[in-house]
Design a protein around this ligand. Structure first.
Ligand SMILES: Nc1ncnc2c1ncn2[C@@H]1O[C@H](COP(=O)(O)OP(=O)(O)OP(=O)(O)O)[C@@H](O)[C@H]1O
Ligand SMILES: [Mg+2]
Length: 360
């Protein structure tokens, strides 16, 4: 029932109000916790005894301790302290972004401090997502500009390649590779414009063993120059998959490039590529004995632009993961720091084609 009856501040039990507040609140005398509300305990995933036993300060991230202590000292002097963004550590070790306000709290002649904390983790996540999508749209714009600029030189290169092809009969294999590589650049450049999913109709039956071998052939000279050993083994010579050849080729170019960069300067670099299949899937393993990937980075691979290289874009794996997803495949990464990394690509085998093959 709603009444118009007003109650005075003296009559109101403020403890009840604060107990159920959505913001986390602590009342401290500078060192000890005198009061903590439920929102604070929930946020830090602790109970009151644990918070008191561990000392509430241990839940503030060490990087922010000093700033926090200064604010408490100012509040104890009766001064207002502006809002601060900080990080706290929950009892399970996870980090949360928070906004903290310290304000003086007068109680029976003594000055205490009330610490008001708001969990802003979600807001921070949204800010990050926004940044990411801004980055993506920026890349889209840059891509459009690049595509426009590289079309003309590509046409010139193609023209001259055709000319050499008709005149010089000695290095046909290299000329063929150069021609197909130029076509690929054109295709990639055009695809950049419509960066989204490839059209289903452009998927064809391809022999994945051949696709991988072609990429290896391309990297052969580079590997030789860098004194990297590349081993290749496949249990079959023909494993058909349904794929967009330019894109699936891009995947192996990216993975082998990463593997070569990981073993470079390490001496005795070794990259092994193995292909085998089960009844329904083909497994392509690319193993290197390079510097490996830190655990905390493994989970994030392929989901955001992240690079540890001076001249890297961090786009390679994101593109790779997207392409494999569009091919109904999966990427598995196994890595040990200082030992090496194995990327396994799993793709569905194209059944229709297999039936046709065996009936021949
Ligand atoms: N085989 C690998 N061994 C060790 N680290 C790797 C390997 N593959 C990827 N990484 C790590 O993942 C990061 C992201 O790789 P990705 O291919 O997306 O970008 P990049 O190689 O840094 O840049 P770009 O591909 O544009 O040249 C790399 O910077 C590297 O730290
Ligand atoms: Mg790369």
């Amino acid at each position: 029932m709603v009444t118009n009856q007003r109650i005075t501040a003296e009559e109101l039990d403020f403890k009840q109000v604060v107990d159920h507040s959505l913001n986390a609140k602590l009342i401290i005398d500078g060192t000890n916790v005198l009061y903590v509300n439920n929102a604070c305990l929930d946020m830090l995933k602790v109970d009151e005894e644990m918070l008191i036993a561990n000392g509430y300060k241990s839940y503030f991230h060490p990087d922010y301790q000093e700033k926090y202590e200064n604010s408490v000292a100012r509040a104890l002097e009766g001064k207002r302290v502006e809002l601060m963004e900080q990080k706290m550590i929950r009892s399970d070790g996870s980090l949360i972004d928070v906004e903290v306000v310290c304000a003086p709290f007068y109680n029976k002649g003594t000055t205490l401090v009330q610490v008001i904390i708001r969990d802003i983790t979600e807001r921070k996540e949204n800010e990050k997502l926004l940044l990411q999508s801004e980055k993506l749209s920026m890349i889209g714009e840059v891509a459009a500009g690049i595509v426009h600029e590289i079309r003309n030189p590509l046409t010139t290169i193609k023209g001259f390649l055709q000319l050499i092809e008709s005149k010089d009969k000695s290095d046909q294999k290299y000329i063929q590779i150069m021609k197909s590589e130029v076509t690929r650049i054109e295709k990639i450049a055009n695809d950049l414009l419509k960066y989204s999913k490839p059209k289903v109709e452009s998927f064809k039956v391809e022999n994945i063993v051949e696709v991988v071998q072609d990429v290896l052939f391309m990297w052969e000279t580079e590997a030789f120059k860098r004194k990297i050993t590349m081993e290749f083994a496949a249990t079959e010579s023909n494993i058909p998959i349904l794929s967009e050849k330019t894109q699936i080729t891009q995947v192996f170019i990216n993975l082998i490039k990463n593997a070569m960069e990981a073993v470079d300067n390490q001496g005795e670099g070794e990259i092994t590529i193995e292909i085998h299949k089960s009844a329904a899937h083909v497994f392509i393993k690319i193993r290197d004995n390079g510097y490996g990937i830190p655990k905390e980075m493994l989970d994030k691979l392929g989901t955001s632009f992240h690079t540890t290289k001076e001249d890297g874009t961090g786009l390679g794996l994101m593109v790779t993961y997207n392409i494999i997803k569009n091919h109904n495949g999966t990427v598995i990464v196994d890595s040990q720091l200082g030992e090496g990394t194995t990327f396994t690509i799993v793709l569905p085998i194209e059944y229709e084609n297999r039936k046709m093959e065996s009936s021949f």
